[in-house]
Write a protein that binds this ligand. Structure first.
Ligand code: MG
Length: 185
């Protein structure tokens, strides 16, 4: 999807001595600003679900912090270059890009390395909007993108107790861990 040389090396052959399990951690934060035309915020999208809110992420892509954290967790587990290296925000082709494409590329690389996801656990921290009504849709979307049953995908929502930028509604933060298991021989 890009000419970035980091993004397009040939996939290495799976290491025959690779471990049975790998763990990856992902983190992302985006500033939240008023939506256009009042500010630079993009429409609020999280876990590929569009949510009505008067603020949205400031980002080069669509700013989906949950998908960005999951993408980095998958890439991290196989020690691949991170999302910023694969899809640099200086590349105009990624302007407003659907972050499902980033995640799909990470899933493809995991498979090429000889692994498949086992489960995912994510924590989303934001003061507003309330995530509860949207968690089921986000979970279903993530499970489909990862090729996992929903029972192996978990999304927890927390506030930041009105403290600091996240607690003041000026940012959204996501942490996640993913477990991979070796596939095939
Ligand atoms: Mg991001």
């Amino acid at each position: 999807m890009t000419a970035n040389p980091i993004a397009n090396p040939p996939d290495p052959a799976p290491d025959p001595g690779r471990p049975a399990l790998l763990v990856g951690h992902g983190y992302d934060l985006h500033r939240l600003e008023p939506l256009a035309p009042e500010g630079p915020g993009r429409p609020f999208v999280l876990g590929s679900v569009r949510i009505d809110h008067d603020r949205g992420p400031v980002a080069h892509s669509d700013g989906d912090a949950l998908l960005h954290a999951v993408t980095d967790a998958l890439l991290g587990a196989i020690a691949a270059p991170d999302i910023g290296q694969l899809f640099p925000d200086t590349d105009p082709r990624h302007d407003a890009q659907d972050s499902r494409e980033f995640l799909s590329e990470a899933v493809r690389r995991v498979a090429a390395a000889g692994y498949r996801p086992v489960n995912l656990d994510a924590t989303v921290i934001c003061e507003r909007p309330k995530l509860g009504p949207h968690k089921a849709a986000m979970r279903a979307a993530l499970a489909a993108l990862l090729g996992l049953p929903e029972a192996r995908v978990n999304i927890k929502g927390k506030t930041h107790e009105r403290v600091d930028a996240v607690g003041e509604g000026r940012a959204i933060e996501v942490h996640c861990v993913v477990l991979l298991e070796r596939s095939g021989s």
